[in-house]
Design a protein around this ligand. Structure first.
Ligand code: PRX
Length: 577
């Protein structure tokens, strides 16, 4: 295999004091038990919100900045660790007044404003299970998640509230909706006590959950426990290389796992000052943020990097980005051109990292002191055992394609799929957690990503299940059936493409190309409005029938092969094609 190597200058790295100097040595000596000692109290309790915030309040970090918010309009708000401690105590008391109890699911349907972070911490403090809902979700996506999780309280804003109004009555377990930008709420916060007894949760108690998509069926609730923070913090230290004086910016939204693990828990557990930007993506604005806040460590995603790349190197060169010292990327394959471009634009490479909603924290990564094999995801995080295995869970020789698998036992591993034990167990084969990703491992232990083993779509780094999009499309009166795939796209990694079978009457109404285009636009808008702004098909093709198995399952693999002009493979199980 041919690849480019970026050599790391060890002497320079060592003098600048990285937590991970020597990968092999650290990997051999690392133990989760030893790491836990830093975070778990002597009585065996572990509350992730305490670890992230309150633990620091008794130290010199009490007045250190924890979160800096900047919004689209440029309005800045700053919170110290003590501020977050007191405010999350207050919100914890408000939630208790609303009747929230240990184990109750409280979901956040909020943009990246301070109360998203404060409320998340408050829920964990009272022993509740916090759920995150991406703010682009519409009625159907919200209903499926709130219904499945039997959520009792939703916290939102007056702008997002109307999306809940239509489904509220159908949600039997939903008792309260709290709107944080109202005078009522502000008064409640002002009057609430800032004293709260943090629930004495155990390391394995449920802390938060996120819905994520597989190939089939509705999204599943991936449940994480309090001890996940041990792994999130250790990886924030060893992979993101976070140090006391850093100003760190993670561009992810807490509606997804990266935003929870590395914009709230791992980073704050280390006491790191973190920037949160709630505005839209805009290259000039992003560079302005990096320069103005003197960001030192930056964690973002390949689609954003490619969009920055499209603007060229002269734009970043016109800003003072001299504080930047470490760049990391996650969520989709990081193409070699993006790394080469970042060296030109910032004088340093992006470090690819790999994980999933289910793994809860970084599992495979490029480390600051490890040579980069450009195009590789790097090596397993210390404490993580990764391998390439066949479908029956047997390791395959180096260089052979197979499933990226992990040995269970890392602290951030999901501990349940909400109410679906069978689904949870289906992840494990022959003692391995099967990630659903395909890849290879080379002779020196570097992992190389190949693709998903299933039909899950990654568009702009966001995970979308084809079934959810298909279900939304068939709700439209013109649509009889729909098959949805991820179509490779240079900028977004993949875009969502839908093959749609129209109702006969509708079909006869389409007289010319314009009529067809109009209906496609309408279907795109329909999915945006009912499911989610980010999960709509950017491309639609009308088709007479969908390839299906005899049992009626849509063969997306065939749609994809057709789209890409590849051989369709074995079609013997097809009913019609
Ligand atoms: O297919 C892999 C891809 O994203 C999937 C996980 O998505 P999600 O649960 O939304 O979590 C994303 C944020 C951690 C994986 O199964 N993926 C993630 N990181 C990479 C990646 N694909 C290639 N390279 C990566 N570094």
């Amino acid at each position: 295999m041919k690849y480019e190597v970026l050599k790391k200058d060890k002497t320079d790295e060592e003098t600048s004091g990285h937590a991970l100097h020597d990968y092999d040595k650290m990997y051999a000596s690392f133990s989760w038990k030893a790491s836990e000692k830093e975070f778990v109290s002597d009585d065996g309790c572990l509350n992730a919100a305490y670890v992230a915030i309150d633990r620091h309040v008794g130290t010199w970090r009490r007045n250190k900045l924890a979160l800096i918010f900047e919004d689209e309009a440029g309005f800045i708000e700053k919170f110290t660790f003590e501020d977050l401690s007191l405010l999350s105590n207050k919100v914890g008391n408000i939630l208790k007044d609303f009747g929230a109890e240990r184990g109750d699911r409280v979901f956040l349907f909020l943009p990246r404003t301070p109360y998203l972070y404060i409320s998340f911490l408050a829920i964990l403090k009272i022993g509740g299970v916090a759920g995150a809902l991406f703010s682009a979700f519409q009625e159907q996506a919200l209903f499926d998640r709130l219904e499945d999780s039997s959520t009792s309280i939703v916290i939102t804003t007056s702008q997002l509230l109307p999306r809940l109004s239509g489904i509220r009555k159908k949600l039997k377990n939903l008792k309260h909706i709290i709107t944080v930008d109202t005078d009522d709420f502000k008064t409640s916060v002002a009057n609430a006590s800032a004293d709260l007894r943090i629930a004495g949760t155990r390391p394995d108690d449920h802390a938060f959950m996120l819905y994520t998509s597989g190939t089939t069926g509705k999204p599943k609730g991936v449940v994480h426990v309090h001890k996940a923070i041990v792994h999130q913090a250790m990886s924030a230290r060893l992979v993101l290389d976070l140090k006391e004086d850093d100003t760190y910016w993670c561009t992810a939204d807490p509606g997804w796992i990266t935003g929870i693990s590395y914009e709230i828990l791992g980073n704050l557990a280390l006491g790191i000052t973190t920037l949160v930007f709630s505005g839209r993506f805009d290259p000039k604005r992003w560079y302005t943020l990096l320069a103005a806040h003197k960001v030192t460590v930056w964690y973002t995603a390949p689609t954003a990097i490619r969009m920055l790349m499209a603007q060229g190197v002269s734009l970043p060169k016109s800003f003072d980005l001299s504080n930047l010292r470490h760049l990391c990327s996650v969520g989709e394959p990081l193409n070699p051109e993006a790394i080469r471009w970042s060296i030109k634009a910032f004088g340093r490479p992006f470090h690819d990292t790999w994980f999933q909603t289910e793994t809860g924290a970084i599992m495979i990564a490029n480390f600051a002191t490890l040579d980069i094999r450009v195009g590789s995801m790097g090596k397993p995080m210390p404490g993580v055992v990764a391998a390439i295995v066949d479908d029956s869970g047997r390791q395959v020789p180096n260089g052979t394609e197979g499933n990226i698998a992990l040995r269970p036992g890392w602290p951030a591993m999901m501990q349940a799929i909400w109410k679906r034990l069978g689904k949870y167990h289906s992840y494990f084969i022959n003692g391995w957690y099967m990630s659903g990703d395909h890849g290879t491992k080379d002779g020196d232990g570097y992992f190389w990503f190949i693709g998903r083993a299933d039909d899950v779509i990654k568009t702009s780094g966001e995970r979308v299940g084809p079934f959810e999009v298909e279900s939304a499309l068939v709700e439209h009166p013109a649509v009889v059936e729909a098959g949805v795939i991820g179509k490779p796209d240079e900028l977004r990694g993949e875009i969502i493409k839908a093959f749609v079978v129209l109702d006969k009457d509708q079909r006869s109404k389409i007289k010319n190309q314009k009529d067809g285009e109009r209906l496609k636009e309408e279907l795109m808008e329909y999915v945006k409005k009912h499911l989610a702004g980010h999960a709509y098909p950017r491309e639609i093709e009308f088709i007479d029938s969908l390839p299906k198995t005899r049992s009626g399952k849509i063969m997306r693999r065939i749609l994809k092969a057709k789209e890409l002009g590849l051989p369709v493979g074995d079609t013997s199980t097809l009913e019609e094609y």
